[in-house]
Design a protein around this ligand. Sequence first.
Ligand SMILES: Cc1cc2nc3c(=O)[nH]c(=O)nc-3n(C[C@H](O)[C@H](O)[C@H](O)COP(=O)(O)OP(=O)(O)OC[C@H]3O[C@@H](n4cnc5c(N)ncnc54)[C@H](O)[C@@H]3O)c2cc1C
Length: 415
Amino acid sequence: MIDSNRYAVHSADVVIIGGGVIGCAIAYYLSQQAVGRVLLIERRLIAEGNTTRAAALLTRARAKTCLMPLVRETYQVIAELEDQLGETLGLRRVGSLHVAASPATKYELNELVEVARQAGLEAYWVAPQDAEAMAPWLELDHGAWAAYMPEDAFIDPYVLTHAYARAAQHNGAIIWQTTAVTDILRSGQQIVGVNTELGFVASPIVIDAAGVWAGLLAQQIDCPLPMAPVRSHYWITTSQNGLFHREQPIVILPDARAYTRPEGTGLLFGLREEHVVSVDPRLLSADMNELVLNDDRQGWGTLIDGAPALLPFFPALERLEIAHYIVGLSTYTPDGIFVLGGLPGLKGFLAATGCSGAGIAASGGIGLALAQLATDQPCSFDLEPYRIDRFGLIDPLSEEFRWRCAYTRSKKTSG
Ligand SMILES: Cc1cc2nc3c(=O)[nH]c(=O)nc-3n(C[C@H](O)[C@H](O)[C@H](O)COP(=O)(O)OP(=O)(O)OC[C@H]3O[C@@H](n4cnc5c(N)ncnc54)[C@H](O)[C@@H]3O)c2cc1C
C-alpha cells in the first residue's frame, strides 16, 4: 500500500480516522460517490489494529436480525471488489454447521434456522453422523441437532481490508499511513477538521473509525461512544492427518461457547469465556503487539475453564498441540449492536464502532451506511438500533459501563 502525497493536502471533504476494515470500507464506498476529497488517516499501517487478528467468520444468519442486511452487503461488495481489482480475495465458502445439544440451544437453533429461511438463506438440518462426516474431529450424541448453512464463509481480514483500501485509492481516495490524528476539532456545533502529526486538516465531516481507540478521540468533542474494548482470543492447532481438512465447515458450538474453522491444515478454535476481560482504553498502546491484559498471556485460564464443555464435542483436543495463540480486542456495547451515526446537535461528526465481534462480517453494510450518512443520502438500512445516544447519559470510561459491555460479550454464544 503506497501512501498518497501527504504534504499536498490541507483540507478534505471527508476525513476518516482509522485504517482498519471499517475505515477502509467507508473510504471505498465514499470513493464511489462525487463527494470531493476523501482522506483516510491511519497512524500505523492499514489493517494493523484488531482487524488482522479476527477469525473473520462471515456468518449470515444472526439472532440479532438487524445485522443481517449489513452482512449481506459484505458478500456483495466482495464480489464487486474482485471485479474491480481483477483478482480473487480468497473467500472460503465452506458453510457453517450449527450444533445444539441442550434444550435451550436447540430452541435457539430452531429460531436461527427460521430466521435464515425467512431471509431467503439456505439452511437445512443434518443428522449427527452426517455432521461428524463434515467435520471429522466432531463427536455428537444421537440426540444432538445440527443445521448446515452452505452459503457461509470466512475470509482473510487483512486481504479484505487491503482490497477496500486499494479500490478506494484507485477511485481517488487519499490514504495516509503512519500519521496519527491527535485531535478532532469543532467550532460550536460544527466539526471543522482534525489535527494530525502533519498539521491541521480542515474538513466539515470527520468519521471516527478508530476501533478501540475511537472513544478517546470522541471524548475530545464531548461525544461519549457507548462501547468498551474487551478481549477476544482463539487458538490454532497443529495439523493432524485426517482430522482436519481445509474444506471443513465453520462449526458453531453454543453449548461449549465455542466456534471453529479450518486454518491451513490445522483447526482454529475460539472460546467465549464467562468472565470477559475489559480494558480501560486510556491504558491501551497504539501497538497491538504490546497488548498485555493480565497474567494469562496465552489464554490458558480460558482454555482450562472451557475444556470440560468443549471436550465432549472435540475429544481430540486433549492430545493436540497448539501452534498459535491469537489475542485481540473487540469493541462491545451493552446490547451487542454497533454504534453507527452522529450525535443530534453536532454537525459533521460520525462514528462507526462498537462492532461487537462482527466488524469484518458487517464491514460492507457499515461502509455503505456511513457513506450514505456522510453524503446526506437516504440510508439503505434502518439505523435506529445503532444510535449513539440509545443508552442515554453514560460514562464509557467508568468501570460500571465497561462491565455492562463485558457482560454482554460473556453471554455471546452464537456465530
Ligand atoms: C480474536 C478476535 C476474533 C474476531 N473474530 C471476528 C469474526 O469472526 N468475525 C467478525 O466479523 N469480526 C471478528 N472480530 C472483530 C473484528 O476484528 C472487529 O470488529 C474489526 O476488526 C473492527 O475493525 P475496526 O476498523 O473498527 O478496528 P481496527 O482494525 O482496530 O482499526 C482501527 C484503526 O484505527 C487506527 N487508529 C486509532 N487511533 C488513531 C488515531 N488517533 N489516528 C489515526 N489512526 C488511528 C488504529 O491504528 C487501527 O488501525 C474479531 C476480533 C478479535 C480480536
